[in-house]
Design a binder for this molecule. Structure first.
Ligand SMILES: [Zn+2]
Length: 313
């Protein structure tokens, strides 16, 4: 049953599953392939989750961490037994859907990569706003983290810890490039904080890496229109940065998208330093490797409308 208007306050985590009110589409280019792709966001039944659909191949890939087959430059979903059935750069549209509280949707594409748009999640959030969101007729479960799970690679690490609320996040980054340097951000993920703090932060790259990527046949669609390019202490984009700490905000946006591949909203605390797509995916694999690490939970009381004040007191 669709059609219930969205009436939950924006600052709550939805307790009822939500999907899009209507279908919407756009055309853009893939960052790595440089190919023009049509993307459509479609409503989907309760309980179906987010599914990527290759309309040119007539095949579906569930947005599931177990289908991540490459994390070197983006998060790529694929079917292991059919390498041609793949979708690259899923993280920003996943972040937008997760950040907006959409549980069920089909992301339909006529090519192998989600369009990069302006390098942030802002364009996807705009599409979701245009389509509208409706509540469905099933409660939304969340994945509750029961004990600390940690993965590391050198000094980079990512952890999930128990938390009484939805997804609390703390991330720090460190780059030699002076324009980036060390940045840290702590945030409780809600539709409101996602929209206000993360959605507009763009992907970024170092000027020295651009030529290497091009030589490897990657970033063919990359430009100053869809990525921040840093050269030492300088930001090469004419308009500069959207926020002074746009870099850590984008990394947190990426983590929201990568963690959304858990299949349901996480209730836990994400703490990470220099984590990227690979560590984020390893973290989910580690979480679900042991059933003692997690359980499927009903929504937290704090998310029930009307209990806000009692919970916050
Ligand atoms: Zn990104």
């Amino acid at each position: 049953m669709d059609g219930l208007p969205l009436q939950l306050p924006l600052h709550t985590t939805p307790t009822i599953q939500q999907t899009l009110k209507s279908a919407i589409d756009c055309v853009g280019i893939g960052l790595h392939s440089g190919r023009r792709v049509r993307l459509a966001l479609l409503p989907a039944p309760a309980g179906s989750g987010i599914v990527f659909r290759r309309t040119d191949l007539d095949r579906d890939i569930p947005a599931d961490f177990r289908h991540v087959t490459d994390t070197r430059l983006c998060t790529l979903l694929g079917l292991a037994e059919e390498p041609a059935v793949r979708v690259g750069t899923v993280e920003h549209v996943m972040a937008a859907l997760s950040g907006a509280g959409v549980h069920n949707a089909v992301v339909a594409l006529d090519g192998p990569e989600v369009p990069i748009l302006d390098g942030s999640a802002d364009g996807f959030l705009f599409l979701i706003d245009c389509a509208g969101i409706v509540a469905q007729d099933e409660m939304a479960a969340s994945i509750e983290v029961l004990r600390r799970v940690r993965v590391a690679d050198g000094d980079a690490f990512a952890e999930l810890r128990p938390s009484a609320f939805g997804l609390d996040m703390a991330l720090s980054i460190a780059f030699d490039a002076a324009a980036i340097g060390r940045q840290a951000l702590t945030l409780r993920l809600t539709p409101e904080t996602f929209r206000g703090e993360l959605a507009r932060a763009r992907t970024f790259t170092l000027a020295g890496e651009v030529e290497q990527l091009r030589a490897a046949g990657l970033a063919l669609g990359g430009s100053l229109d869809n990525a921040v390019v840093v050269d030492g202490a300088r930001v090469l984009n004419r308009g500069g940065l959207r926020m002074a700490d746009e870099f850590v905000r984008h990394k947190l946006l990426d983590a929201v998208g990568d963690l959304a591949l858990a299949g349901a909203p996480l209730r836990g605390r994400f703490v990470a330093h220099r984590s990227g797509h690979a560590l984020n995916n390893r973290l989910l694999r580690a979480l679900f490797a042991d059933t003692a690490n997690w359980r499927l939970a009903p929504p937290p009381l704090a998310a029930v409308p009307g209990r806000q004040i009692a919970a916050a007191a």
